[in-house]
Design a binder for this molecule. Structure first.
Ligand SMILES: Nc1ncnc2c1ncn2[C@@H]1O[C@H](COP(=O)(O)OP(=O)(O)OP(=O)(O)O)[C@@H](O)[C@H]1O
Length: 242
């Protein structure tokens, strides 16, 4: 059974249809990249999966349970953590306080939360060095580490990352790729929503490509990269991936 199974998802914003019969799955411990241009519907998929946008039809199964109309807090508690786009840190709070907020739904004892924070610091040593620094004074790359770290505080089995590379310099994107690979190596599956094709190709086991709310391509990363349609979508007529 897949960890996440999205079946026939349809969604609207007001009267406007945005997703039409979107189907894909994520297995335990794998990275699946959801690709697509501006307005393709990627963020709407992420929000529907994490309970923040109510789909008009279809189902979202997670860890064997139907979570389609679940409260988002219950979804987090069940092991699905969503890191939205836009690197929304609490700027006046410290790195440590921002991380601790990631466990606000966690009823476990304080020392368990503190241990979890130390795990996050092991994944992101730069955050450990800056634990007392206000989040608003971090660089863009460090803020991205912080929001991912905050998402890890709930100890998820699936992390949904919405465009983590947006606005980052190439060196920070390379560091981000290593961090995401380390998160997967530690056993957390990742649904990586991206426009950065090279990052997705480097990290993902499988790719799902959305266009105008439809899945137009999906399969193993090698198979999708070899498909001439992906080159046309991203680069016009030539496909530099082949
Ligand atoms: N709150 C909203 N109200 C009305 N329309 C919306 C709303 N949010 C998104 N849309 C529309 O839904 C469509 C899909 O948007 P969505 O943000 O899911 O796409 P996306 O693939 O994540 O795009 P981007 O990469 O530009 O963030 C777009 O046409 C967008 O204008």
């Amino acid at each position: 059974m897949a960890l996440l199974d999205v079946r026939g998802l349809c969604a609207r914003h007001g009267a406007v249809p945005v997703l039409d019969d979107v189907c894909f799955h994520v297995e335990r411990g794998e990275i699946v990249a959801l690709l697509g241009g501006n307005g393709a519907g990627k963020t709407t998929v992420a929000r529907a999966v994490s309970g923040l946008h109510r789909p008009s039809s279809g189902e979202v199964m997670f860890d064997g349970r139907d979570i389609t109309r679940c409260d988002p807090r219950r979804i987090v508690q069940g092991g699905l953590s969503h890191v939205p786009d836009g690197r929304r840190v609490f700027p006046s709070l410290t790195v440590e306080e921002n991380l601790t907020l990631g466990a606000y739904l966690d009823s476990r004892r304080k020392n368990v939360v503190a241990e979890r924070r130390e795990d996050v610091y092991r994944t992101f040593p730069r955050l450990a060095e800056r634990r007392a620094q206000r989040a608003g004074s971090l660089s863009g790359g460090e803020q991205q580490m912080l929001v991912i770290g905050r998402g890890l505080m709930s100890d998820p089995s699936l992390l949904v990352l919405d465009e983590p590379s947006a606005g980052l310099a190439p060196a920070s994107i390379a560091a981000l790729a290593e961090d995401i690979a380390a998160i997967r190596a530690a056993g957390t599956a990742v649904l990586l929503i991206e426009q950065h094709l090279q990052l997705a190709l480097r990290l993902a086991d499988r790719l799902v490509v959305l266009q105008e709310g439809h899945v137009v391509l999906s399969g193993s990363t090698a198979a999708v990269a070899a498909d001439p349609r992906i080159g046309r979508m991203y680069f016009g007529d030539g496909n530099p991936l082949q």
